[in-house]
Structure formats: C-alpha cells, structure tokens
Design a protein around this ligand. Structure first.
Ligand SMILES: NC(=O)c1ccc[n+]([C@@H]2O[C@H](COP(=O)([O-])OP(=O)(O)OC[C@H]3O[C@@H](n4cnc5c(N)ncnc54)[C@H](OP(=O)(O)O)[C@@H]3O)[C@@H](O)[C@H]2O)c1
Length: 298
C-alpha cells in the first residue's frame, strides 16, 4: 500500500491517478477529510486522516504503508498565515520532518518528497530554505528516499498558468507581472506524477531536479499558450510594485489571494538540471505545446 500525503491536491491527485492506473493500492492522507473525501474516492483511493501540523495524527495515517509520497502544502499557499501556522517552515520543513519521522517509526521503507527547484540551505527566500530543511529530514530518516525538485509545474488544475489562461479568455490583453523575462522550465504535471509514482517503487534513490524539455521566459510561455488557444493577444507588463501594493492590502483578507511575498514567489526564475533524473528513471518529458494541447481548448 502506498500513502500519498496531499493526494487531493494538484500534483498529488495526478500521482494517485498514475498509481491507481498502474494497479497500486493507494491511500490518500488528508487533513480535511470532509472536504476532500469525494475527490479522493473518485480517484480510486482510500481516505486516511493526517495533519502535518499535528505529529500525533501521523502514525495512524502511515501505518501499513510500504511507501509514502509527500506532495502537500498549506491551504493559503503561497500566502503565509503565521497565526494559523500556514507557513513554508511549518509545512515544507517541520511538516516533512514530522511525516518522515512517523513513516520511519512505522516501518515504511521508502519515502518520496516533492521538494522544489532552488531548494538550498542558504537561499535568500524562505520557501527554498524550508524545502531544504524538509529534504534534510528525509535524507536523515534512514528510509530509502527520493527527493524530487520540480521547477514550474503546469496542468489542467494548476494555479499559475491557468490564471493567465483566464485572463486570456476574459480580457483583450494578458497582464504580466514584471518584464516577462523570468526564466522557467515548465514541466507537465503528468510527467511529475510519473516521476513521483515511479520513485515509490524499489529502485534508485537520491535528490533529483526536474524541469520540462523547454527553457523559456514567461513571455514565450504565454505566446505558446495563446497559440494553443488559437488567438494571440498583446502582453501588458506591470512593474511588480503594483501587485505588491495590492497584495499588501489583500493579505489581510480571511482567504488572501495575494501578498507582497507571493508576488516574489511567482516572479522568480525556476530552472532545473534534469540530466541525473533521466539517467536514473525512464521518463519522457512532454514539450509545453503538446502538454497544453491535452487540456486547453481553442
Ligand atoms: N505547483 C507547482 O508548480 C510546484 C512546483 C514545485 C514544487 N511544488 C510542490 O508540490 C507540492 C504540492 O503542490 P500542489 O500545487 O499540488 O499543492 P495543492 O494543490 O495546493 O495541494 C495541497 C495539498 O496539501 C494538503 N494539505 C493541506 N493542509 C494540510 C495539512 N495540514 N496536513 C496534510 N495535508 C495538508 C491538501 O489536502 P487536504 O486539503 O485534503 O488536507 C492538498 O492535497 C508542494 O509542496 C509544492 O511546494 C509545486
């Protein structure tokens, strides 16, 4: 049995679909069973309750699993809410530590952690340092492990590229924060799911970066998106100071859509060296145009 922690989310659900298709018995760990149960059961998985903020809830969640795959984050991501403990540190670092300790204690032999490209101990941004902290916990756990560091993941349920798709549908232009030259390596969610699911089976271990086959800047990505949707519209660039100012006020809402920090999160480079991953696992990386064409309509 494989437990997917975060299997009700964007990446996690794609992992569950892949595992179920391959015939695995899958349980999804959720902190919000009432809300997520219908989705989890529709994926063909069983529901187990576990909250990475509550170490005491995790033993039962992972008991009996051969492998645990962790792909989760806090509900208001990427806007942190420290009073609710919705922070990168509490989830990516300490939450991963709590879950990997519980897994090791309960005889799980293999642990797969969805980290992120850029994870480093001395990174200026807290999200990269927190991912590094989680990685270190997994590496110290004594279990066989794979740490996967995806770059910028897109797919039918993402919250990044789909925002631009919505702008493209609704507006005569597509607004872009910054100069549009941030360098990204968009990777299709089904490819990330194949890598995470494959990593749960006995095989290579280690830490691997993962990006898509195309290195592009944001303007180029949006041009491909518009081509796939069959209509080019002008890109209009806004200096980051404007959404940061909006984020300063919006972060005070109960469900904050934006914060100044989230603007930084969304406008950084995300590149990955995929060579070692492809040498270790049999994978085909889907070109952006091909991935988008599987779910975007003209
Ligand atoms: N999206 C990207 O481009 C990208 C790129 C690189 C790395 N990543 C990493 O991939 C991971 C998954 O990202 P995503 O975009 O798939 O996230 P997502 O769609 O927001 O899903 C978040 C998941 O976290 C679970 N969750 C929330 N609070 C929890 C708690 N207290 N305890 C246990 N689980 C909890 C949610 O399940 P319930 O609501 O059912 O509890 C949900 O399944 C994150 O670690 C992210 O950093 C993402």
């Amino acid at each position: 049995m494989i437990v997917v922690a975060g299997g009700s989310g964007f990446i996690g659900a794609a992992v569950v679909r892949r595992l179920v298709r391959d015939g695995a018995e899958v349980a999804v760990m959720t902190a919000h069973p009432d809300r997520s149960r219908p989705r989890i059961e529709s994926l063909g998985a069983r529901v187990v309750q576990g909250d990475v903020l509550d170490a005491g809830s995790l033993d039962r969640a992972v008991a009996g699993a051969q492998a645990v795959i962790q792909a989760l984050t806090f509900p208001t991501f990427p806007v942190q809410r420290p009073r609710k403990r919705f922070t990168f540190e509490e989830f990516d670092h300490l939450g991963t530590e709590r879950l990997s300790l519980a897994a090791a204690r309960n005889g799980v032999t293999r642990f797969v952690f969805c980290s992120g490209a850029g994870a480093a101990p001395d990174a200026p941004k807290v999200w990269f340092r927190a991912k590094w902290g989680g990685e270190e916990a997994v590496r110290a756990s004594g279990m066989e492990h794979v740490v996967l560091r995806p770059s910028w993941v897109y797919g039918p349920e993402d919250r990044a590229l789909n925002t631009f798709v919505a702008f493209h549908r609704l507006l005569p232009f597509v607004p872009v924060i910054g100069d549009g030259h941030q360098r990204l390596q968009p990777v299709f969610v089904d490819d990330v799911a194949t890598a995470l699911a494959g990593a749960a089976a006995p095989g290579p271990t280690g830490t691997f970066e993962m990006g898509g086959p195309d290195v592009m800047d944001m303007d180029q990505i949006l041009a491909v998106m518009m081509d796939v949707r069959g209509k080019r519209k002008p890109l209009v660039h806004f200096p980051p100071a404007l959404p940061k100012l909006a984020g300063f006020f919006l972060q005070l809402l109960p469900k904050p859509p934006l914060s100044p920090e989230a603007v930084d999160f969304a406008t950084g480079d995300a590149l990955a060296d995929t060579g070692p991953l492809l040498a270790a696992f049999p994978l085909r990386l889907t070109p952006l145009r091909e991935g988008l064409a599987t779910y975007l309509r003209r």
